[in-house]
Design a protein around this ligand. Sequence first.
Ligand code: KG4
Ligand code: ZN
Length: 332
Amino acid sequence: MRVLGIESSCDDTAAAVYDSAAGLLSNVVASQVSVHEAYGGVVPELASREHIRSIVPVVEQALAAAESAQEAIEGIAVTAGPGLIGSLLVGLCFAKSLAYSLKKPILGVDHLEAHLFAIFLEHRVAFPYVALLVSGGHTSLFRVEGFDKVLFLGGTRDDAAGEAFDKAAKQMELGYPGGVAIDRLAQDGDRARYSFPRAWLSQESADFSFSGLKTSLRVFLSSSEGKSARQEDIAASFQEAIVDVLVGKTLAAAKREGIPRVVIAGGVSANSRLRAKMEEEGARAGVDVHLSSRALCTDNAGMVAFLGERRMSAGQASGLDLNAYAASRFSR
Ligand code: KG4
Ligand code: ZN
């Protein structure tokens, strides 16, 4: 089955074609970074307008790069949520119109679930696995038992890890988006130079908290020590506090669940230190660590097309009354 995937949940307009036999045929992402960087974060209204401008050319590019005619598409998978409601509605309305005019089935896909299975675009992973989803909007742990069976183990009680990176970068005046800037600076920094707090909560908790870390950085930056500190050392030490908790809690969840394999997904899984430490500590604990290549960690439509293909091949479809939702469907 050949599926066109469409993703517009936040600030990237993306389209991709995934084919059951041939795999991922195209994966096009139009970034809106230049629109939002002046504001230091995504402005929802501007994001919706940008999606409206980009959706047609991005879908056309995805079809052209896949050398696929519109008529060869057998189904359309679209992100229905969670995300910015205005952004989601642009992709969703476009997908519904296209499905109606081509007389093809449509399936709404959950953005978080799409991230959890993105790894399959590059290699197969045995079920069950523990997945850490770590992005700008979410930091959660899941037990994944199949393409239709995802169990929520825990999540952040305040900021997401990506949000913590982005807010820290803003405080340090490193520009937007901040995660990449901190990652780059940290390469030349001493990660043990400063000690930022790690919120472990309780030993058994699969929940996270990053808001105290953000406050502690603000206090540090305004102190005399902070004012004379090297940016590289601050970035490396701050990053280490986030990475320590992400790695520690993921491996603890794998141990508790009795599962020797983990998948790390979402934008923050592009972070160099998280990737290195996850692999190092995973090897030490006898846990297989699966990481996607960086382009498939951040938002893309390839992951939406893939999960859509799996589920539509199994007979699932949505109606044209499919609607967008802003909040995550996962909670304990
Ligand atoms: O998954 P994603 O593209 O969008 C969401 O669904 O949120 O994740 C975006 C987040 C941003 O917070 C960005 O700063 C972060 O991922 N990010 C990184 C890196 N690359 C992207 N954070 C740390 N290090 C990176 N290399
Ligand atoms: Zn995402």
